[in-house]
Design a protein around this ligand. Structure first.
Ligand code: ZN
Length: 93
């Protein structure tokens, strides 16, 4: 069975954008960004992964946020809007 676009995006989860050159599954550019958003105490929240070149990405609605990663809280709406481009969500195929 052919890999769906969505599963190609999922393969980016857990990769370090500062360490590796991550290529966009949609357009191929290495312009991938991650943003974890959640509760700062439980570190449960969601993850957005998107490409700033073609403005596509995925939204993972419930995830455990790793200790080492940068996150913003649910309340920081302005910060979220500043950091995260309004991208087109690649749906599960
Ligand atoms: Zn792209």
């Amino acid at each position: 069975m052919a890999k769906t676009q969505h599963s190609k995006w999922l393969r980016l989860v857990g990769k370090d954008e500062n360490k590796y050159e991550l290529n966009c599954p949609n357009c191929g550019h290495s312009n991938i960004h991650f943003q974890y958003v959640g509760d700062t105490r439980s570190r449960i929240g969601f993850l957005d992964i998107w490409c700033d070149s073609c403005i596509h990405g995925i939204h993972i609605s419930r995830t455990k946020i790793p200790e080492r990663v940068d996150m913003i809280s649910f309340e920081e709406e302005d910060e979220y809007n500043k950091r995260v481009t309004k991208f087109i969500i690649v749906e599960r195929g």
